[in-house]
Ligand binder design. Structure first.
Ligand code: FAD
Length: 440
């Protein structure tokens, strides 16, 4: 295997610290080698070297995984961030994209063709990890999750083989990749289905926390009755003065403007918002609107699970907990799942959680290491208090470093088949630094 070109960084090398750092500043690990990959052959060479030297392998796409699985202490980090090529085929409405791209880079490449696909709502997030775990985004009601739009992939396996995966080729591997979260190989190319999307009606309306009961009522109603074009979330956040606690409805409508205004009327009728930033904008801008609230290097600790039911009682627990939240950077987000994302059979691919409903994400962020303990404690206590309202279903991409016991909840009904496929494609569990499907 050719590996003379492979650019390896070691501790002390220029660029080593930048390459090992990931989005979550709480993660501070030191790989013994960082392979800065540019091609599938580089990736294969890095895998072969890690196996020869007995080094743990970490795979880094956009580096946003909050559990910090993209980096290893003492092992070999396969850094895909130099792989940023993208080719748009506007007649087939597809894009073939490399795994180092962020969603912003992806959206910028497809926008001139008037095309887009479902991707992350924070534009700095990587296309790779997000897609392999499922991929929630603003277009999911109309076009499904990111993974529902994946039509093909190129994968470097644990043996260093470069395979194509699609419905037509290695279909079982393709099934596993779409939700199996990095367990089956290193994806070096993703082919996505694109859709005609350019201007959307989107943004956020924010109200005082005292209005939370009324806002949640409208949120539940809009989420359940909305047409596929309208995506809406409910967020508990702190205002720009770092003191005023708010309840906000971020939303995005990808249909005709007149229809979009009609569909969001219940939100407009809640009362006078403290902030109203809902207006027509490009899909690129829509996915940048909250970027500033998620700065690189902030300290992060997350907890997440799907609600059994977003009842008044559950909402009350969340509102009262958020009143005590110690960090103005923290957001509690309720995501609604419905439309096209919920019309796919739960066994159609590895991603299993297709029930319409709501997902909770306690997204704790703070800036000072001295504040770590109270913030983690608040997040755990709030999550614990919400337990009576939570299902045993979790989104793999939101699992925290200490959520190891919940891996099965992330893969749900598909876990047994995933174990069988893991035994076939990675029996030695080379790719174990992830929400791991243990082949034994
Ligand atoms: P990385 O940390 O680089 O990768 C995560 C894991 O995926 C790796 O450890 C590895 O196991 C695997 N992996 C990465 N690349 C490859 C590859 N090419 N081949 C094989 N395995 C690979 N999720 C949503 O669904 N929707 C959102 O809108 C959303 N917003 C987010 C906003 C922020 C600020 C953050 C921090 C996260 C958000 N997430 C969202 C969660 C996100 O899906 C995960 O953090 C995901 O892991 C990010 O992918 P990445 O490539 O950036 O991460």
């Amino acid at each position: 295997m050719r590996n003379h070109d492979l650019h390896m960084l070691r501790p002390g090398d220029a660029g080593y610290d930048d390459a090992r750092r990931i989005h979550n500043g709480l993660i501070d690990k030191h790989p013994s080698l960082i392979a800065r990959c540019r091609t599938s052959s580089d990736v294969a060479a890095a895998i072969t070297q890690s196996r020869r030297e007995g080094l743990e392998v970490a795979v880094r796409g956009g580096g946003h995984n909050v559990a910090g699985k993209a980096v290893t202490e003492g092992g070999l980090m396969i850094d895909l961030s130099p792989m940023k090529e993208i080719e748009v085929d506007s007649s087939a409405c597809t894009a073939r994209a490399q795994p180092g791209l962020t969603w912003d880079e992806f959206n910028i490449a497809t926008a001139p063709h008037g095309l887009a696909t479902t991707g992350g709502v924070v534009s700095t997030t990587g296309i790779a990890g997000l897609t392999l775990g499922g991929g929630f985004g603003w277009l999911q009601g109309k076009y499904g999750l990111a993974v529902d739009n994946l039509v093909g992939a190129e994968v470097v396996t644990a043996d260093g083989d470069v395979l194509k995966a699609s419905e037509a080729e290695n279909a079982d591997l393709f099934w596993a990749l779409r939700g199996g979260g990095g367990n089956f190989g290193v994806v070096t190319s993703f082919t996505f289905q694109l859709h005609p999307v350019s201007t959307v009606l989107g943004g956020v309306a924010a109200f005082p926390l005292a209005a939370a009961d009324a806002v949640i009522d409208v949120f539940r109603r809009v989420a359940k009755e909305a047409p596929d074009e309208l995506g809406v979330q409910c967020g508990f956040v702190t205002g720009p003065d770092a003191a005023t606690k708010l309840v906000a409805l971020p939303l995005c409508h990808c249909g005709e403007l007149d229809q979009a205004e009609a569909d969001i009327r219940p939100v407009r009728e809640i009362g006078t918002p403290l902030l109203d930033a809902i207006e027509p904008k490009s899909y690129i801008e829509q996915n940048r609107q909250v970027d500033a609230s998620f700065p690189a290097g902030a300290l992060n600790y997350w907890k997440s699970a799907f609600f059994t039911d977003l009842s008044d009682a559950a909402a009350r627990v969340l509102i009262e907990s958020f009143e005590q939240c110690p960090s103005p950077m923290t957001a509690c987000v309720i995501e609604s799942i419905g439309g096209a994302a919920s019309r796919v059979a739960s066994t159609a691919m590895a991603y299993a959680h297709r029930e319409p409903g709501f997902n909770l994400l306690l997204l704790s962020q703070w800036a000072e290491p001295a504040d770590t303990e109270p913030n983690i404690a608040w997040t755990r206590e709030t999550f614990e208090a919400l337990q009576p309202h939570m299902a045993d279903r979790r989104y793999v991409n939101y699992l925290a470093a200490d959520d190891g016991g919940h891996t099965r909840d992330a893969y749900g009904a598909n876990y047994e088949r995933l174990v069988e496929l893991k035994q076939r494609y990675d029996p030695d569990n080379v790719f174990r630094l992830n929400q791991n499907i243990d082949p034994r």
